[in-house]
Design a protein around this ligand. Sequence first.
Ligand SMILES: Cc1cc2nc3c(=O)[nH]c(=O)nc-3n(C[C@H](O)[C@H](O)[C@H](O)COP(=O)(O)OP(=O)(O)OC[C@H]3O[C@@H](n4cnc5c(N)ncnc54)[C@H](O)[C@@H]3O)c2cc1C
Length: 376
Amino acid sequence: MSYSYENSLLIVGGGIAGSALGRALQRRDLPFRIIERRRTPSDGGLAINLPGNAIQALSALGLREPIEKFGHPLRRREYRTASDKLLFEIDEDAFWGPALRPRSIRRSVLLSMLTHDLPEASLLYDADVQSMTLHSTHAELGLTDGTNLAAHLVVGADGVRSTIRTEAFGTQWGPGHALLAERSWRFMAPNPGVDCWTVWVGDEGMVLLMPVDDREVYGWAANTRPFSQGDSPEALDRLTCKFPERVRNTVLDVVARPNALYHSPLEEVRLNRWYNGRAVLIGDAAHATAPVWAEGVALALEDAIVLARSLSTIPAELPALADFEAQRRSRVAHVQALTDAMSKAAKLPPLVRKALFPFIGPKRYRQTYEPLKAAV
Ligand SMILES: Cc1cc2nc3c(=O)[nH]c(=O)nc-3n(C[C@H](O)[C@H](O)[C@H](O)COP(=O)(O)OP(=O)(O)OC[C@H]3O[C@@H](n4cnc5c(N)ncnc54)[C@H](O)[C@@H]3O)c2cc1C
C-alpha cells in the first residue's frame, strides 16, 4: 500500500479536460498530478471543430498564438440536402468576429498545445485507475497495477465512460444513447474541394466534411433513423449511397481503408450533481453531449478554467466545488437543451425538414451560440 498526499489534487484522465485543468492550475500555481491510462500523450489523428467560445477559452489558457497558428480557420457553415441543395448557410466570420473565428484542428495537436509546458512529473501515463474510496478528509485511488494514491481532491476528467463517476455516484448515471443517433463514424480523408464546414442531411443519416487544410478533410457520419445494418464500413457505404459525388468519393476512399475508419457510439451523460464529497467531474465525465453544436471541447476547457479559479479563490475545497458547479450549470444546460432541439429537427420527415430548415437552422445557430460569446 502506498499512499501519498504530495499532490493534494489528482486529475484522472489526461484528455482535453484533464490537460486543460492541469494548465489552468499551473497558471495559478496550484499543484496537481494527471493520471492517464494511455501510454503516450497523443490521441490519434482525428480532428475537431472549435467554435468561437472554445477559441475564447484557449486564449484564456494562454494559447491564442498557437491556436491561430495551428488551427484552420472555418469562416462559413453550409447545411445541404443529400441531393446537394443548399438549405441555408451561416457566415461564421460575421457572427463571431476575427478574434473568435472558429477553427478546425487535429486532436493530437490540441492536446500537445495544452500539455507541452506542463512539468513532466505532473503527468503519469500508463496508469489506469480502477477504484476510488471517499473519506471525509481525502480520497483514495486504486490503480490496476496495485498502486494506491491519496489526495485531498480527485477530479474525474476520464470521459464519457468515467470510472470516477461510477465510483462517486453509482452505475445508474449513464451514459445513455444520444437523441441524435446511436452510432457514428469518424475519419480523415483527402479534401474533395470542401472549403468550409459542410453537412449533408439525408433520409437516414448525415455526413459532415470539414477541412483541416486544403489537402485533408475530417469526416463524421451518423445514422439519424433506426438503422439495422450495423457498424461495418459497408454499412457506412450503404448509408451514404445517395449522397452527392464529392461525399460519395470521400466515403468510398475511406471504406477502402477500413483502418482509417473510427466507429463510436454516440453517448450522453446528464447528471443532477457533478461532485460528491471530495470528487468532482469535468468535461465528458460530467456532461458528454452529442456533437450537434461541437461544444464538447469548449465546455471541457471552460470547466477547467472555472474550476481552477474556484479552487484558487475559495480557501475551503468543498465550497469551491459547489461554487464551480453553480457557475457552470446554466451554460451546460443551455447547450444540452439546444442539442436536443436540433437533434429532433434532424429527425423530422424529409419534406418537413427541407421546408423548415432554412428558417429554424439559422435561428437555432444564433440561439445556441449568442449566449456562449460571453466569457466564463
Ligand atoms: C463522434 C464525435 C465527434 C465529436 N466532435 C467534436 C467536435 O467537433 N468539437 C468538439 O468540441 N467536441 C467534439 N466531440 C466531443 C469531444 O470529443 C469531447 O467532448 C472531448 O473530447 C471531451 O474531453 P474529455 O477530456 O472530457 O474526455 P476524453 O477526451 O474522453 O478524455 C478522457 C481521458 O481519460 C482517460 N481515462 C479514461 N478512464 C481512465 C482511467 N480509469 N484511468 C486513467 N485514465 C483514464 C482516457 O484515456 C482519456 O485520455 C465529439 C465527440 C464525438 C463522440
